[in-house]
Design a protein around this ligand. Structure first.
Ligand SMILES: [Zn+2]
Length: 234
């Protein structure tokens, strides 16, 4: 199957790649959405990381946000071989689009030019009033980060209750791609998991374990993602 997939990748000119936590775990980043992860762990966390809680109590929100996402550690992580493989796909191809659920900014750090951060990013925070965006350094430095206009910043990660801003754009990308490659995601988070459904080209899924959406794909590999990528590069 590896040989067949290599051929398909080689012959695809516009590739859409949908990525999840499994792409970042090889960089040492915990899988925030796994069964032990952030999003399913306990209901109170879902409440704490909600846009409603931010608006009610932004000071307390920032306290929890920083500890849950371990922001200080974020600067220690870098792209791994999977990110680099996806960057190399750009060479000699018309277009590679990445739609990622990850909030760590590592696809952009690896050099990919067309990245949609579907669930936002931990790397910046913006002023909900004037719209100015600030860096992670500032966010880490200040216990509660303020804009120069006097308002408390809101993280640019998508909080529970926030709108997903790029769903339609992501749909359009997978509709146009001749290959949709889904990597390191169990496709359990809505509405991201709807994207493979509208893809019109060949669909390939590589994930550590089977997903509920495997039936949508032409090819599925259930194996360690980094190892599969090594084989695809060989
Ligand atoms: Zn402001």
């Amino acid at each position: 199957m590896i040989a067949a997939i290599k051929d398909i990748i080689k012959n695809s000119n516009h590739i859409a790649v949908l990525t999840g936590a499994g792409v970042s775990t090889a960089s040492g980043i915990p899988d925030f959405r796994s069964s032990e992860g952030l999003w399913t762990a306990e209901r109170s966390r879902e409440e704490l990381m909600s846009s409603a809680f931010f608006h009610e109590n932004p000071e307390e929100f920032w306290h929890y946000y920083k500890s849950i996402f371990k922001l200080k550690l974020l600067q220690n992580y870098g792209p791994n071989q999977v990110h680099r493989f996806l960057n190399e796909l750009e060479y000699g191809r018309e277009r590679v689009d990445i739609v990622t659920q990850n909030v760590d900014g590592l696809h952009t750090a690896a050099g990919n030019g067309n990245v949609i951060e579907y669930h936002g990013t931990l790397k910046t925070a913006s002023c909900p009033v004037c719209g100015t965006t600030f860096s992670l350094e500032k966010v880490i430095e200040e216990t509660i980060p303020y804009c120069s206009c006097g308002n408390i910043l809101k993280p640019d990660v998508v909080l529970f209750g926030d709108m997903i801003r790029f769903h339609e754009e992501a749909e359009n990308l997978v509709k146009k791609a001749d290959l949709t490659l889904v990597l390191g995601t169990s496709l359990s988070v809505m509405p991201f998991n709807m994207l493979p459904m509208v893809a019109t080209g060949t669909k390939i899924l590589i994930n550590n374990y089977p997903t509920d959406k495997d039936y949508m794909f032409d090819y599925c590999i259930h194996d360690d993602l980094s190892e599969v990528i090594e084989k695809l590069k060989a």
